[in-house]
Write a protein that binds this ligand. Structure first.
Ligand code: NAD
Ligand code: UDX
Length: 480
């Protein structure tokens, strides 16, 4: 029986390995982590991450060919293939701070693999890493290997949160990069055979190591660039009376452009886009390509602009002050169908409103009060720009409340801000919400999920990103 061990039981390691275990009953999969609470949760009824479809798979495989453990060394030692899926956040101090990927966790995992191994292994980069990381990892493994042979593969993950299981079941492609040597080709073939249990072989792309590593950063940069492009257009739409939804549709029907990923929003969030573009920017700078670095930086600058623009629109619409006004926040996760709040635009929007002394009342179906308070209390690292950076002071904490009900959040509020596109927000009773709010009652839809005309009929003053402006908003001084 082939044995796989995955180091890192997070948003990628957990779902990816659960699907491998489900699709490959002949493979024994161990997912290991240094975090005891995380592993305990994987072994409990309440998994540490919310992902549609995940629970069923874990229940089917756990204890049969899928195991979650903190005994990292034992499982690494026994494995034939070791995936490394540890976090690779942006460095916050030292050389490259604010841009470069922090490979501390990766390096310590590599050193541990070298220390505990007693047999040859394939080591798979699952984490998103800077191009050429495999070379550094190879050096660590080879220098400590006591004669054991390691083959390094790059197998970046393209799943998106909220649809992880569907993405893993039906990936557009699986990418495997390896050394172009006989041993390298053999290792690529071994991993290819694992995926071939459910992925058509013509969708398994094989490349050299550096192409695979760079393709992951490039794919995320291209995706984020589409969002920043449409968000830039949304600002122009508001100034001209065009409707960004119509523009996106018209543009996206060109088969060369395609319709996906053209939804204007309050800004993209998530643990990957900003981090990976900053990493790309840093790599370009290190390779003497400042113009290329500047080009990609703009994608993040527009994203920050969009978040700021949203806050400014709220404040300017409400007579230029939200001080002591209750503002309901519907949605805190960075997208629907996840409880993940990493880099969620909600953090920046809430901090912006708190800075203007609003009283905010937050409701999200999946994010806990503890998580929200932790996110708002955290000092955000400034990569390049002064964006609402202050941590919450004890007095600011009193301005925040978290509820488990959208109606409680919106009661007596002056404004409602929709920051995550949860389906349930579309079917709330907006007449009831309007009746219980202060007047004039505002809705700021940061996800374009609401029927603007229906809300206006009820009596709301509505702002929806990139849509023709409400007559009320047109007359307000423009600070956006
Ligand atoms: P995560 O923070 O959810 O999980 C990483 C886990 O690794 C943590 O539980 C941590 O405790 C563990 N860990 C760190 N060092 C360890 C060590 N030395 N030994 C054992 N465990 C260790 O991160 P994630 O979201 O799963 O992302 C992992 C990687 O995958 C990152 O490089 C990320 O860029 C990439 N990625 C993420 C996504 C996504 O949607 N989240 C998608 C594609 C790629
Ligand atoms: C992303 C990539 O899609 C995935 O391939 C990679 O493996 C990890 O990073 P993820 O961050 O989980 O996945 O979610 P994604 O669906 O890409 O959304 C990222 C952010 O962009 C979210 O905040 C989302 O709301 C926003 N978004 C997405 C838009 O604002 N408009 C869109 O049209 C699409």
């Amino acid at each position: 029986m082939v044995k796989i061990c995955c180091i890192g039981a997070g948003y990628v390691g957990g779902p990816t390995m659960a699907v491998i275990a489900l699709k490959c009953p002949d493979i024994e999969v161990a997912v290991v982590d240094i975090s005891v609470p995380r592993i305990d949760a994987w072994n409990s009824d309440k998994l540490p991450i919310y992902e549609p479809g995940l629970e069923d798979i874990v229940k089917q495989c756990r204890g049969k060919n899928l195991f979650f453990s903190t005994d990292v060394e034992k499982h690494v030692r026994e494995a034939d293939i070791v995936f490394v899926s540890v976090n690779t956040p942006t460095k916050t101090t030292g050389l490259g701070a604010g841009k470069a990927a922090d490979l501390t966790y990766w390096e310590s995992a590599a050193r541990m693999i070298a220390d505990v191994s007693v047999s040859d292994k394939i080591v798979v980069e699952k984490s998103t890493v800077p191009v050429k990381t495999a070379e550094a990892i190879e050096k660590i493994l080879m220098h400590n290997s006591k004669g054991i042979k390691f083959q390094i593969l790059s197998n970046p993950e393209f799943l998106a949160e909220g649809t992880a299981i569907a993405d893993l079941f039906n990936p557009d492609r699986v990418l495997i990069g390896g050394r172009e040597t006989p041993e390298g080709f053999k290792a690529v073939q071994t991993l290819k055979e694992v995926y071939a249990n459910w992925v058509p072989v013509d969708q398994i792309i094989t490349t050299n190591l550096w192409s695979a590593e760079l393709s992951k950063l490039a794919a995320n940069a291209f995706l984020a660039q589409r969002i920043s492009s449409v968000n830039a257009m949304s600002a122009l739409c508001e100034s001209t009376g065009a409707d960004v939804t119509q523009v996106s549709y018209a543009v996206g029907t060109d088969s060369r452009i395609g319709s996906k990923f053209l939804n204007a929003s309050v800004g993209f969030g998530g643990s990957c886009f900003q981090k990976d573009i900053l990493n790309l920017v840093y790599i370009c700078q290190c390779n003497g390509l400042p113009e290329v670095a500047e080009y990609w930086k703009q994608v993040i600058k527009i994203n920050d602009y969009q978040k700021n623009r949203f806050v400014n629109r709220i404040v300017s619409s409400m007579f230029n002050t939200v001080s002591n006004k209750k503002v309901a926040i519907l949605g805190f996760a960075f997208k629907k169908d996840t409880g993940d709040t990493r880099e969620t635009p909600a953090i920046d929007v809430c901090k912006g409103l708190l800075g203007d002394k609003a009283l905010i009342s937050i409701y999200d179906p999946q994010v806990t009060e503890k998580q929200i308070m932790r996110d708002l209390a955290m000092k955000k690292f400034d990569w390049d720009h002064p964006l609402h950076l202050q941590p919450m002071s004890p007095t600011t904490v009193k301005q925040v409340s978290v509820t488990w009900d959208a109606y409680a959040a919106t009661k007596d509020a002056h404004a409602v801000c929709i920051l995550t596109e949860w389906d349930e927000f579309k079917s709330l009773d907006y007449q009831k919400i309007f009746d219980n709010m202060q007047k004039p009652a505002f809705i700021f839809d940061g996800r374009n999920i609401m029927n603007v005309n229906k809300l206006r009929e009820i009596g709301f003053i509505v702002y929806s990103i990139g849509k023709p402006l409400d007559p009320w908003l047109k007359d307000m001084p423009a600070f956006v």
